[in-house]
Design a protein around this ligand. Structure first.
Ligand code: NDP
Length: 334
């Protein structure tokens, strides 16, 4: 047995979680069995979807078990191997995060492709969030050159990737984010217009942005937030608009929105609304690595991270996502 530490779910929250719902406890890891590896985690991902896994409710990912170690995306280094598939020193990404070390079958770990990028990118623009942006925009919404794209949480991990992919593909982009500083960064990424939803109602900001751009509506909405952002997109949709519903963070703690004022525009504007999960597109990852790798290499896609230090920082980093404390991808460095 080897000792390590892992965050455990201590209690299930109602509404916004706090530190009392998490506990950092020792975890005994077994000696390696045949075909297994031991990985020292270097980077942990904290992601909004984990809030859903804290509930005891059926969803696409099973709930975290009470009193058991939590899981999440991680990047680490193989430090011991009894598998021919992975060697000591390999950089891998996997889903046994929220702990210092992970032990498991080699098949549970993916060797990072040799693309000469910093390891943290496997949790950001070349990881789950970048892939979500890529498939959501290009496959789900079928966005194409010339489209007017509106994206919410545009200064976050997924949103900032959507802005940049859309610009690389010749679209017009309007990004919504909370606060002047975040909006300035979204502009820097190439957005044609921004909506600071903390300074004015989203629908008002979106209508003003459309006017400033001289266009009469949006063709695509990439939803990370739900609620009033989604309602504003209904109000602004052009005929035949496509909505990719990626996330609805506004409701993760507060519950679903009480009402939509503009939802009946779905009919007149013939809006197509499609929810998706990034893993629906795993078979197309080679396309993603080719395109995203190319954009990163050419500078068309830039990465920004908000980094917290040490395993102790993981739950607060996660909670801070709901307060918008991150710009770009929120990560924990071990
Ligand atoms: P982000 O990096 O975007 O972080 C979350 C951001 O959401 C915050 O920075 C904040 O930005 C914004 N936010 C938080 N609370 C609210 C609120 N009440 N109202 C409006 N904005 C809020 O996270 P990710 O990029 O990792 O995830 C973005 C979305 O994509 C989430 O909804 C997530 O669940 C979803 N997702 C879906 C996947 C899929 O497969 N479908 C995969 C990965 C993510 P601000 O300061 O601008 O408010």
């Amino acid at each position: 047995m080897t000792g390590t530490r892992a965050w455990h779910l201590k209690a299930r929250p109602a509404g916004l979680p706090d530190m009392s719902h998490f506990e950092l406890k020792p975890l005994d890891l077994p000696a390696l069995g045949e075909g297994e590896v031991r990985v020292e985690n270097r980077w942990l991902s904290v992601d909004p979807y984990m809030r859903g896994r804290m509930n005891d409710a059926k969803s696409y990912a099973p709930p975290f078990e009470l009193g058991a170690p939590m899981q999440g995306g991680a990047v680490g280094t193989v430090v011991e191997s009894r598998s021919p598939d992975l060697s000591v020193g390999d950089t891998v990404f996997h889903m046994m995060g929220w702990r210092e070390q992970a032990v498991g079958a080699a098949s549970a770990f993916t060797r990072a492709p040799a693309m000469g990028v910093p390891d943290s990118q496997w949790l950001g623009n070349l990881g789950l969030t970048g892939a979500t942006a890529y498939f959501g925009l290009l496959r789900v919404a079928e966005a194409k050159s010339g489209d007017v794209v509106f994206v919410s949480a545009a200064a976050g991990a997924v949103g900032s990737a959507v802005v940049q992919i859309a610009k690389a593909k010749g679209m017009k982009v309007i990004g919504a984010a909370g606060g002047a500083e975040k909006c300035a960064w979204v502009r820097e990424l190439g957005a044609d217009a921004v909506v600071d939803y903390k300074a004015q109602p989203v629908v008002k900001g979106l209508m003003e942005a459309l006017k400033a751009l001289g266009v009469d509506g949006i063709d695509v909405y990439f939803d990370n937030v739900g609620g009033d952002h989604l309602d504003a997109a209904f109000a602004a949709a052009r005929s035949g608009a496509r909505f990719a519903i990626c996330g609805m963070i506004e409701g993760y703690n507060a519950g679903p929105p009480p009402a939509f004022r503009y939802i009946m525009r779905v009919i007149a504007a013939r809006i197509t609304i499609k929810g998706f999960l990034y893993f629906d597109y795993l078979s197309e990852m080679p396309d993603f690595y080719r395109d995203m790798g190319g954009w990163i290499a050419s500078g068309a896609v830039k990465s920004r991270e908000t980094v917290r230090e040490g395993i102790e920082a993981a739950p607060q980093a996660f909670l801070d996502l709901f307060a918008g404390a991150n710009v770009g991808k929120m990560l924990v460095r071990l």
